[in-house]
Ligand binder design. Sequence first.
Ligand SMILES: [Zn+2]
Length: 128
Amino acid sequence: MDTCYCGNPKLYADCCAKIHQDINKATTAEELMRSRYTAYVLAKGDYLMKSHHTTTRPTQDKKNIVRWTKSVQWIKLEVITTQKGAAKDTEGTVAFKAFYYDKQGLQMIHETSKFVKQYGHWVYLGEA
Ligand SMILES: [Zn+2]
């Protein structure tokens, strides 16, 4: 299947994997957001921390986040809208829905996320 976990119509190796290897490869806020979704799917705790702004980074919760994401079954990501967040911008927002199954059944996260640049690359700041 030539679809990345994030939903882009290309292989993971040609999509989020490149960003997981080098966070500077995320040229837009949406790409960074998609790479974070894929990092949840693959339980990449280190990348979830690295792609989080240092002032809001939940370092203490890293183990719990990894444990939780391994306990659910991710289904898909839907990006709804983006505002700014282009390569030339320094901030942007991405509204999305992420679907997964847990023991209770189908769950959905609906969030508008704020992204900014820190150390020259995009990071997740928090809910907008
Ligand atoms: Zn991807």
